[in-house]
Design a protein around this ligand. Structure first.
Ligand code: G3P
Ligand code: CA
Length: 345
């Protein structure tokens, strides 16, 4: 009888372990939908309304690009310039540098808060503002401002409390070397905010991402030990010479000793030599997975002009990368469509 009970207990234990492993694998196999600059397909990028909308659309993570102000405050802006998403030219005409650009680092937080944020624009030959994505939110509509990193984290954590969900932050430090050259340690300041808001371990829902190779090495080797935290690190990469060594099989193995994943451009995975009519699958995803790293490519957009020609639709693009190639997550301007696509399986 005792022998019989032991067998039952053994089978039960195996069953529970199997269930637990299956649940754990299901969680780790879930493809992440990362709201690129928020729900930026619908509202001006990096504004709090765009982040709240992305949250409501079901994004798993919401992205912040971060730069520093003259008075050492962290603000959420795509890059260290103000002159493609704000009205800085109208308000501070004489504050541009010799290259004609307006640098966030030359303005206090109060000055930046006095600017209005609009949908991203460029200038045409006549010097007029033209929307980069003409089908999106109108230029200069309503009243949007530049948020601080802390305001954005408080929004996300506040929604996590009120909804019971657990949406993460996916924070990119922009131009760390430039900030250091200006006497500002942006990377350390961002990590201190992570620590302040409870993002301490790799189990917490936060990623640190950067395009700069030296920055990620410094974060891993110096800053995380100094601050006594250990969060997930992502090496962003583009298709230029700077990453040539890193994307070899040996380079990827070395990267995996300090990074948890990579964030490549789409073209680094689906290379094309005929203007995007066709593509060749590179070894990047295979090598990254073999080295134990996740792959979160950017940027998935539904506009035809922003989609590779070798697919006919946004859904086909998602299917190719999420299901056929098997990446682990996507940065997208349209988190609603990506969540719907993923969850319809
Ligand atoms: O950080 C991933 C993706 O956002 C990189 O591109 O230029 O939009 O920051 P970018
Ligand atoms: Ca980014």
């Amino acid at each position: 009888m005792i022998y019989y009970k032991l067998i039952i207990a053994f089978i039960f234990t195996i069953f529970m372990v199997d269930v637990s492993m299956a649940q754990s694998m299901a969680q780790s196999n879930e493809k992440l939908i990362i709201a690129h600059r928020g729900a930026s397909g619908y509202l001006p990028e990096h504004t709090l309304p765009a982040k709240a909308m992305a949250y409501e659309m079901g994004a798993d993570y919401i992205e912040q690009d971060v730069v520093m102000t003259k008075d050492d405050k962290l603000v959420v802006l795509h890059d260290h310039y103000l002159d493609r998403v704000t009205d800085v030219q109208e308000k501070f005409a004489n504050r541009k540098r010799e290259d004609g650009r307006y640098y966030a680092i030359d303005f206090t937080l109060a000055e930046i808060k006095s600017m209005k944020v609009s949908e991203r624009y460029r200038f045409n030959d006549a010097g007029e503002k033209i929307a980069v994505f003409p089908g999106r939110y109108p230029l200069n509509g309503s009243d949007f401002s530049v948020p601080t990193l802390e305001e954005e984290i408080e929004l996300i954590q506040g929604l996590n409390k009120s909804t019971g969900r657990d949406v993460g932050i996916y924070t990119e430090v922009k131009s760390a070397a430039f900030h250091l050259s200006e006497g500002k340690d942006l990377s350390k300041a961002v990590l201190m905010v992570f620590k302040k808001y409870g993002y301490l371990t790799k189990q917490d829902k936060a990623y640190y991402q950067t395009f700069e190779i030296e920055d990620l090495i410094r974060v891993h080797n110096e800053l995380l030990p100094e601050l006594n935290i250990d969060i997930k690190l992502i090496q962003l990469m583009g298709g230029d010479e700077y990453y040539k060594e890193m994307i070899t099989q040996a380079g990827i193995k070395k990267l995996a000793t300090y990074a948890d994943g990579i964030g490549p451009s789409l073209g680094m995975i689906t290379a094309s030599d005929d203007g995007g009519e066709t593509y060749q699958l590179t070894d990047l995803v295979k090598n990254a997975h073999a080295a134990g790293m996740d792959v979160h490519p950017y940027t998935f957009r539904k506009e035809k002009f922003a989609t590779p020609k070798f697919v006919d639709s946004f859904e086909e693009l998602l299917d190719l990368f999420l299901n056929k190639i098997g990446v682990d997550g996507v940065f997208t301007d349209f988190p609603d469509l990506a969540v719907q696509f993923r969850d319809a399986k």
